[in-house]
Design a protein around this ligand. Structure first.
Ligand SMILES: Cc1cc2nc3c(=O)[nH]c(=O)nc-3n(C[C@H](O)[C@H](O)[C@H](O)COP(=O)(O)OP(=O)(O)OC[C@H]3O[C@@H](n4cnc5c(N)ncnc54)[C@H](O)[C@@H]3O)c2cc1C
Length: 326
């Protein structure tokens, strides 16, 4: 990276939206991670495209993040550009004229005729927090997003991860995803094209950037939607170690098992490396309870995987995304 590169980036994004040698511990919910050479908060899609173009031209790597709530960044930091879509590109549009019968969407026409469900189209920018979007939907009495209200990430991150909880997942509400690729080409991807799976989507496979999402929600009743959100968030507070920095469930659920239970049964509750440990409250969470580092997190994860494999013959695959040099 040279002066000319920095000048071009500042010109494209605006000086106030560019930070240098920015500690990633300030941008991850683990509160760990070394400095990113450059961190940019772009104000719109055009800016993202321009930044990508400048990075490609200068052979510089870039990486897109949202709230950093599913991210482990190396203590050595990021030798490249972080594009952060959080508190930017977070508009929500409720399509007033899009009230339509959902019968056409349902396979069982007879059932649809009976239920006569009404759905409303909602478009939102990738940078909006799920909690904020959930609140806006609640205010308009639209149901179907309660599951996501307590997931502490952005819409873009949640789409990428196909985030889910309490029986719901992003794939259930998505109609269309707007994205751009490494060449700046634009895509409009249908739900089917998104190839959603368990904590997986096409966005990861193709290294795309989500800019906007169209979703559909049924009309519901305020008190019922609110009660469901309160119930789910109450369960989170009760079961999860929300008092400490973490990235949520550290590992994916292995087929036929629960990662947290395997870890607990392996006797690893409270297992510690440096300032990081397996949460005794919920063994599926690795928590940074004492100013730990990303290396501590990695060490705990490695040990947990080894011991669980030794005892139960099951490997634990990280759910969190790991970036930087290790
Ligand atoms: C306390 C706690 C509880 C959690 N509970 C849940 C839960 O119940 N269910 C669940 O699924 N997850 C949960 N998580 C994990 C996390 O909140 C979700 O995965 C969330 O969707 C990540 O969003 P983010 O904006 O923080 O993404 P980040 O962590 O910033 O990024 C995650 C991945 O998405 C990519 N990404 C982010 N934004 C974009 C974009 N606009 N375009 C393309 N790629 C993008 C990144 O490159 C990265 O690969 C929890 C985390 C915490 C800390």
């Amino acid at each position: 990276m040279n002066k000319e590169f920095f000048e071009k980036i500042e010109q494209a994004a605006g000086r106030d939206n560019v930070k240098y040698n920015e500690p990633m511990s300030a941008h991850t919910t683990f509160k760990t991670g070394g400095p990113a050479k450059v961190l940019i908060t772009p104000k719109d899609e055009m800016t993202i495209k321009e930044i990508i173009r400048i990075c490609q031209e200068n052979d510089e790597a870039y990486y897109i993040i949202g709230k950093g709530s599913n991210l482990l960044v190396s203590d050595d930091g990021i030798d490249g550009v972080i594009i952060k879509l959080y508190r930017t590109m977070d508009d929500v549009v409720f399509h007033k004229n899009s009230m339509e019968m959902a019968t056409a969407d349902l396979e069982d026409k007879e059932l649809a005729k009976v239920s006569e469900v009404t759905k409303v189209k909602v478009s939102a920018g990738a940078g909006i927090m799920l909690s904020k979007l959930a609140k806006e939907l609640l205010d308009r009495e639209l149901k179907g997003f309660e599951f996501a209200s307590g997931i502490p990430g952005t819409l873009g991150g949640a789409i990428t991860m196909n985030a889910g909880a309490y029986g719901g997942q992003m794939a259930d509400v998505v109609e269309k995803v707007y994205a751009i690729d490494e060449q700046g080409n634009e895509y409009e991807l249908s739900n089917e094209e998104m190839n959603f799976g368990y904590r997986h989507s096409l966005i990861m496979d193709k290294n795309l950037i989500v800019t906007k999402v169209d979703m559909k929600f049924e009309v519901g009743e305020y008190n019922e939607i609110k009660a469901k959100m309160d119930e789910f968030n109450g369960l989170r507070r009760e079961k999860q170690p929300l008092e400490y920095p973490s990235a949520g469930s550290t590992f994916k659920r292995p087929e036929g098992y629960f990662a947290g239970k395997l870890i607990m049964d392996a006797g690893l509750a409270g297992y510690r490396a440096g300032g990081v440990c397996v949460s005794p409250k919920h063994c599926g969470f690795v928590v940074n309870d004492n100013n730990g580092t990303s290396a501590d997190v990695m060490q705990v994860m490695k040990h947990v995987d080894e011991v669980v494999f030794e005892k139960f013959g099951v490997h634990l695959e990280p759910e969190i995304r790991i970036i930087g040099e290790w």
